[in-house]
Every structure is written in structure tokens, then in C-alpha cells.
Design a protein around this ligand. Structure first.
Ligand code: ADP
Ligand code: TYD
Length: 198
């Protein structure tokens, strides 16, 4: 029988994680597995607020950012993740609390503190894919999506964010070389996910 498992995709912007989350979603659906996809920032009230604010970079202090991401995550955990996992559905999640540790941590907030604040209410994931790429190459991939005039500042920042992502170690983490082909990466991810679900 299928287990309810939480599979998280993490990495800096342009690393290709959303592409792979979508490929895995479709592969599992084809196999008749009960699976759903969510992302953070979510579609909820706080997630929408975050997206609006993100159009004006630096309009929030790092602490205000942290507060909004935590509020959004609480909502996502209660409304989306817990009900799906209870029904033994496989949950694919595009960004989770590791993004907060990496992105808000890279802005100077203590990483341990961010982890503790999250652990008060989150559901721990079973598997975390971390996509690793040179920020310059990641930004090149999404050039048309982001404002070019902020490119260098962003790149500087993403170098720090990447370092935090690279520092996560443990059984649940799988670090992916995001420069590999989409096919090669999707094969590895599918095999790992199927082993977990079986
Ligand atoms: P993210 O969600 O990490 O920001 P996306 O999945 O949206 O990244 O991918 C960003 C861009 O890079 C897209 O145009 C996508 O087609 C492309 N891309 C994704 N994976 C790869 C890959 N392995 N090799 C080359 N290009 C890729
Ligand atoms: P989004 O447009 O969803 O980016 P992507 O397609 O790359 O996932 O915006 C999410 C942005 O928010 C992204 O730059 C990372 C950032 N973020 C944080 O800073 N902290 C967090 O806790 C989360 C979940 C995201």
C-alpha cells in the first residue's frame, strides 16, 4: 500500500527544481500514484502578500520577511500538507523551510533560530532534493524572468544562499548537480522517489 510521503525540492532560483518537481508529478500520476503538488510561497493569503512585496525588493526587513514566510508556511502545513499526508497521498513540495534557513539566513538571521522557529509547527519531510548550481548560470537560465538591473546584487546574495543549501547534510538530503541534463536528473529523482514510496 502507498505511504503518505513528503518530498521537497530546494535550490536557488534558476536551478531547475520546479521543472523537476513537475516531471516527477507527471511520472507518478502516470503510474497511478495518488500525488499532489504544492509550492511556497503558497497561493494563500500570506503567500500572495509575499509575492506582492517581492516586486519591491528590500521593502521588508529580513525579520519581516521571516515573519511572512513563517505565517505562509503555517497555513500551508495545516491546510495542505497535513490533510494530504493523512490521506496517504504523496506530496511534492517546491520550496520549504530550508529556503527560509538559506535565504533569510543569508540576510543575517541566525540559521539555528530559523530552524527552531520552523520545527515548532512543521511536518518533517521524508526526502529533500537540493539543486546545486553556480548562481551566475542559474540567473542566466531565468534572465527573461528577473529584472536585469538587479542581477549583480542578486548574484552576490545567491552565492551566500547556495552555500547554506550546500551545508545541509543527513540521510534525507540528496544533492543534485543541476548542470546535468533534465533527463539524467529526472531519472535519478524518479528512482529515489519510487524506492521511498514503495
Ligand atoms: P527554478 O524553479 O529552480 O527557479 P526552473 O525549473 O523554473 O527553475 O528552470 C529555470 C529554467 O531552466 C527553465 O527555462 C528550464 O527549462 C531550464 N532548465 C531546467 N532544468 C534544466 C537543465 N537540467 N538543464 C538546462 N536547463 C534547464
Ligand atoms: P518564486 O517566484 O516562487 O521563485 P522560484 O520560482 O525560484 O521558486 O519566489 C520565491 C522566492 O522567495 C525565491 O527567490 C526564494 C524566496 N524565499 C525565501 O526567501 N524564503 C522562503 O522561506 C521561501 C519559501 C522562499
Amino acid at each position: 500500500m502507498q505511504k503518505g510521503v513528503l518530498i521537497v525540492f530546494e535550490g536557488i532560483d534558476g536551478s531547475g527544481k520546479s521543472t523537476q518537481a513537475e516531471i516527477l508529478l507527471k511520472r507518478l500520476q502516470t503510474k497511478g500514484i495518488d500525488v499532489v503538488y504544492f509550492r511556497e510561497p503558497s497561493q494563500g493569503e500570506w503567500g500572495r502578500k509575499i509575492k506582492k512585496k517581492a516586486l519591491h525588493p528590500d521593502s521588508l526587513t529580513p525579520e519581516e520577511e521571516l515573519d511572512l514566510f513563517l505565517k505562509d508556511r503555517r497555513e500551508n502545513v495545516e491546510k495542505n500538507l497535513k490533510p494530504a499526508l493523512k490521506k496517504k497521498t504523496v506530496v511534492i513540495l517546491d520550496r520549504y523551510y530550508y529556503s527560509t534557513i538559506a535565504y533569510q539566513g543569508a540576510k543575517g538571521i541566525d540559521e539555528e533560530l530559523i530552524a527552531r522557529m520552523n520545527k515548532e509547527f512543521i511536518v518533517e519531510p521524508d526526502l529533500v532534493f537540493i539543486f546545486d548550481i553556480d548562481p551566475h548560470k542559474g540567473l542566466e537560465r531565468i534572465e527573461n524572468r528577473k529584472k536585469k538591473d538587479r542581477l549583480f546584487e542578486r548574484e552576490d546574495y545567491l552565492v551566500k544562499v547556495r552555500e547554506v543549501f550546500r551545508s545541509f547534510r543527513g540521510e534525507r538530503f540528496i544533492h543534485i548537480d543541476a548542470l546535468k541534463s533534465k533527463e539524467e536528473i529526472s531519472k535519478e529523482i524518479e528512482e529515489t522517489a519510487l524506492r521511498l514510496i514503495a
